[in-house]
Design a protein around this ligand. Structure first.
Ligand SMILES: Cc1ncc(COP(=O)(O)O)c(C=O)c1O
Length: 368
């Protein structure tokens, strides 16, 4: 294998002529840059796409979760159930409020929170469940198991759907539509990106109103200096919205390419012992990253790097991160910390590059 070939990154955002045209057109206007009509149009597009009554965009997919928690009444000392396998933003978003994330393990095949463990973790102090649809996957137990739990206990679900734009539950609802509020992220590696950015969606008029006030200093209405509730500044910008509008137009093609990339890896690695992709039901799910379990993962990472291929190790179990340092056993999350790997997953990945990655992986396991 020739290791002077062009480096294949694990991920790169894709912005092009459409984004540039939107931005240039906007710059020709007498704009304030801060959120206004373009942002409203972007919110409408997201709301329509996910089938929600309201969408509120904010400046990232972490504060979005914090605002969702505040809107649902979570405060200092309250417990919020979160998966031990997720991006650390999920628990940190409620730490920001002084709330206490309570970690539970995830299902081994979907990496989504195990509903039985979530039920067992409920205490009188539990104020919300933060359900993360890992890589666009729904819980194996079925989303209705979480909805039943929420109905039975009165504990609201916040869906952290940061990785799930373009993925659906088996009943046809977009992921995020089962919770009281759902959150998306538009950070650089996501299926569509605005550089940084996040969105909240809900059908609930009161929650949507609270979210709008929370992100805009608690203003009673836009443009006034009348504040009847406490709020902050987590607003978007028109420049991000321009990029988002262009990216939303590409979403169907992006989804279809992500699915195609997954199929190509699945075929290319089917006979390679030592590596196994996580399953996706492509009818419903749009894989954001190509996730897999790899034997001798860390050696594989170095080998691929030497051969000009970037990868990213999947999230370590959060309870073991120094930031949390908690005791407890979370078998699935811990196993992902040992063997979970993301392969090159960007939209612009060429078929020949996927072949090159598969061949390099096959060569690594042959050389063992
Ligand atoms: C599951 C999950 N939650 C939250 C976030 C945080 O989003 P942001 O980077 O937009 O703050 C991410 C981003 O990677 C994520 O993957």
């Amino acid at each position: 294998m020739n290791n002077i070939q062009e480096f294949i990154p694990q991920m790169r955002p894709l912005f092009g002529a459409e984004e540039k045209a939107e931005l240039m057109a906007y710059l020709e206007e007498d704009g304030f840059f801060t959120e206004f009509k373009k942002t409203e149009a972007f919110e409408r597009q997201i709301a329509e796409y996910v089938g929600a009554k309201h969408c509120v965009v904010v400046n990232n997919g972490t504060v979005s979760l914090t605002l969702a928690a505040i809107a649902l009444g979570v405060g200092p000392g309250d417990e919020v159930i979160v998966p031990d396998y997720t991006m650390i933003a999920t628990p940190n978003s409620v730490k920001m409020l002084g709330a206490v994330p309570v970690f539970v393990d995830v299902e081994p095949d979907t990496l989504v929170m195990d509903v039985k463990l979530a039920r067992a973790a409920i205490t009188p102090r539990t104020k919300a469940i933060l359900l993360v649809s890992a890589n666009g996957r729904a819980p194996r137990a079925g989303i209705t198991a979480f909805e039943d739990l929420s109905r039975e206990t009165g504990i609201p679900i916040i869906e952290d759907a940061a990785q799930s734009l373009g993925s659906f539950y088996s009943d046809g609802r977009h992921i995020g539509r089962a919770g009281a509020i759902a959150s998306l992220s538009f950070s650089a590696p996501k299926i569509i990106s605005t550089g940084q950015g996040g969105a909240l969606f809900t059908d609930d008029d009161t929650l949507a109103d609270k979210l709008r006030r929370l992100k805009d200093f608690g203003r009673a209405s836009g443009g006034t200096d009348i504040h009847d509730s406490i709020g902050f500044n987590f607003k978007f910008t028109e420049l991000q919205a321009c990029v988002g509008l262009a990216q939303m137009r590409q979403l169907p093609d992006r989804i279809s390419r992500k699915k195609d990339i997954w199929r190509r890896y699945q075929d290319g690695l089917a006979d390679v012992k030592g590596i196994k992709l996580f399953e996706h039901d492509l009818e419903l799910c749009s894989p954001w990253f190509i996730d897999c379990r790899a034997e001798r993962r860390d050696q594989l990472v170095s080998y691929l790097k030497e051969h000009g291929i970037g990868t990213r190790t999947m999230y370590p179990p959060i309870h073991q991160q120094k930031a949390y340092s908690l005791s407890g056993t979370y078998e699935v999350a811990e196993s992902i910390g040992r063997d979970g790997l993301w392969l090159p997953s960007m939209i612009q990945l060429q078929d020949t590059q996927i072949e090159r990655v598969c061949n390099a992986i096959a060569a690594f396991y042959c050389e063992l």
